[in-house]
Structure formats: C-alpha cells, structure tokens
Design a protein around this ligand. Sequence first.
Ligand code: G3H
Ligand code: 13P
Ligand code: ZN
Length: 311
Amino acid sequence: MALVTTTKMFKDAYEGGYAIGAFNVNNMEIIQGIVGAAKKLSAPVILQCSKGARDYAGLTYVTKMVDAAVEDTGLPIALHLDHGPDFETCKQCIDGGFTSVMIDGSSLPYEENIAVTSKVVEYAHAHGVVVEGELGTLAGVEDDVVVESGNESYTKPEQVEDFVKRTGVDSLAIAIGTSHGAYKFKPGQKPQLRFDILEEVGRLLPGFPIVLHGASSVMPEYVKMINEFGGEMPDAIGIPEDMLRQAASMAVCKINVDSDLRLALTASIRKHLAENPSHFDPRQYLKPARAAIQEVVEHKITEVLGCAGKA
Ligand code: G3H
Ligand code: 13P
Ligand code: ZN
C-alpha cells in the first residue's frame, strides 16, 4: 500500500455518514500514536502537516516518517498539507510526495482566493494530488496568523457553488463557528455552531466533501491533568462531541484535530515528570505520551468520527 489521496475516503465517508480524522503531526511519537490507533481500529486516516510542522521537523523527515507509517500499518493514509499559505509551499509539498494540499486563501479577497486556489488546483491535479480550499475565516491561531475572536467570518453559502466550480477544488473548509486552539468559547458562553450554514452548503453542493477545522473538543480530562500538574489553562473550552458527530453525519467528511493531541501529550509528560522527578531519559516520558496520543485518536475514531472498520 502506498500513500493515497482522500478521494475514495471522502466518497465513502459522505455516503456512510461518517468523517475521516485529520490529525496534525510534528514528530515520530505523534505519528506512531495516531497510526497505532488507526491500525487497531482499522480506520482510514489523514496525517496533516502545517508549514510550522514542516519548518520544525523538515519536509524530508515528515515524508519519510509517514512513508514508514504506511509500510508499517498497510492502512490507507493520506499525507496532507494543512493551511498551505501560498502556491510555492503547496508546490513544494506536491513535489515532495504529499497526496493532498490545502491552499488557505480564506483571508484574501474573494477573487484573489479564487486565483491562487485555481493555480494550486491546476498544478496539483496535473500531479495526481487533491486540493482543499477554504471560504470564511476561523478565529484563533494558524501558523503565524492570529484572527481575534469577533473578527472571524462565517462562510457565505451563496459563494460556495461559484468557488467550487471556478477553482475545481476537491473539498472545501467552511467556517461555522469552530476555531483553532484551546480557547474556542469564552467561559460561560454556550458553544454553538451554525448548522444552518452547513445544511445550506450541503444542499448547494450535493455529494461534495466539506472540511471542519478547529474541531478539537479540548478534552476536559487532559486540561484537568495539565492544571493538576502545574499548568494554567482554566478557561480552555472546545467543541462538544455531539456537535462534531452531527457534522460528521452531514456533509462534513474531514475533521481536523491538533489541539487535543497537544493537550494529551503535554498532560502526559507533565504527569510523568511530576510523579518521577528523577527521570531524564526521554523514552521514559515519551512512551506514555505516545500512548496518550493513541488513546485520544481511538476515542475520536470510535466516539466522534465513526470511521472504525472503514479502512
Ligand atoms: O490550524 C493549525 C494547526 O493546529 C497547526 O498549528 O501551525 O502551530 O503547526 P501550527
Ligand atoms: P484544533 O486547534 O481545534 O485542534 O484545530 C486544528 C486544525 O484545524 C488544524 O488545521
Ligand atoms: Zn485548521
């Protein structure tokens, strides 16, 4: 089995009313934790790499480690560029062996978003690679771009048909109230998503895969563990799981999760070092941290995405 694109994954997910998890990867332990869960539950999976992750780990290391995951598991795995900021970054990833790229023109004026997205689609499709575009902006932090809460903008359903037709994208990320990071809602604020927008987009683009970014639940058990072992994240709040399950049963075929992995990894390391202050061998704390990543991904696959047994 070689790396795959997301085409079949999304078709099956759309028809089956479930979603595929797209998990951000930055190092070996994160990759192994994710694919360990996917293998155990026989789930297709998307490993995605941001520009920041690429700068951190290096493109060669990322692609070779993901190749190793494919060889080791035999699973359908797609390697995806998360939030590609420009044509050049997308091109480098396509040339480097990624099977899917996102071009994030969501903060550009509409016509400029169309222009850069079309250019990426043309190059990607000529190389057998699929493309995710984005319409609407999420609050939170993506790479170096910070969108303050209140300055986000929901996707306008009246633009989606025109955008998809003119760009030729294979999937579309939309903004319905999710946001990046661990502070998605203010304390006391009731989490809400604009399911009316998702429904309208689904009606206008029948059978077309929609992507949800900023979809971590900010799992309370890990926030609690971080706070118990010296961290300070009292106000961290995420997207309730029942809302994600509802989105997965609608047109959403790809659900992006990064923050929940970060929280689990950090909580595990904090706990381990607090309980074993004499440890200094990284394997001693990275082994349980990797297991924590696997636990989170198993939970997402079975309780949120519904893609167990779909590999
Ligand atoms: O959407 C952003 C992802 O969580 C990746 O974050 O750019 O810090 O790697 P990063
Ligand atoms: P979270 O910060 O909610 O995990 O979102 C991750 C994401 O959207 C990556 O593109
Ligand atoms: Zn994102």
